[in-house]
Ligand binder design. Structure first.
Ligand SMILES: [Ca+2]
Ligand SMILES: [Ca+2]
Length: 199
């Protein structure tokens, strides 16, 4: 068996992801490819011009999915469901993880947590998880922008394609990240107001 390794690095303003993979290329059938997804918080003190939490942007633990078709976690411009509301407002992923497990076209799903209080991913911290995927599969995830009322990071729209044709992608996919407003709570500026998670 030949063993290949890729590395996808997702570097964002506040978050980044790396994906690496190995592939069994001895058969003609579509071969499963293992990706390693790494999310790193690249915020630092003063990233936000506020005193709360020294202006850092903690990321919450979150949920991820590998799937075919449309984004199984949320629809841009649509109503956030109860699970996405919990991620966006509280960084609580379990409801979404449970929902994803019931969707047939979702082949892999789960959660990731940081090592800080409540599972947060603090500046310079990173989390990794592995998924198995086949050509045609996409990846989506969601993590709360903690100094907000209901904002979260996820890939744009229907997520990222994990393959370019039959070739696994690798490297930095931060440019595919977007910061979304779940629309479930009124906003105050990041790091301000009485209703944000750190308050
Ligand atoms: Ca909002
Ligand atoms: Ca709410």
């Amino acid at each position: 068996m030949r063993h290949m390794v890729w590395s996808i690095l997702v570097v964002g303003i506040f978050g980044f992801i790396a994906v690496g993979c190995s592939e069994d290329s001895t058969t003609q059938d579509p071969t499963p490819t293992e990706f390693t997804v790494t999310i790193t918080n690249v915020s630092q003190k003063g990233t936000l011009d506020v005193t709360r939490a020294d202006g850092i942007v903690p990321l919450s633990g979150g949920a991820y999915a590998v799937y075919t078709g449309n984004n199984p976690m949320f629809t841009v411009g649509g109503m956030a469901d109860a699970g996405m509301e919990l991620i966006a407002e509280d960084g609580a992923a379990q409801t979404t993880v449970d929902n994803l497990a019931t969707i047939e076209r979702v082949s892999e799903s789960g959660s990731f947590v940081g090592e800080a209080n409540g599972g947060a991913i603090l500046p310079s911290a990173m989390v990794s998880f592995k998924v198995i995927a086949f050509p045609g599969d996409r990846l989506q995830f969601a993590t709360m922008f903690v100094q907000s009322n209901d904002w979260f990071y996820a890939f744009e729209g229907n997520g990222i394609d994990l393959f370019n044709g039959d070739t696994p992608i690798s490297g930095d996919v931060t440019s595919s990240l977007r910061l979304y407003d779940a629309g479930t709570e009124e906003d105050t500026a990041p790091g301000t107001g009485p209703d944000q998670k750190p308050a």
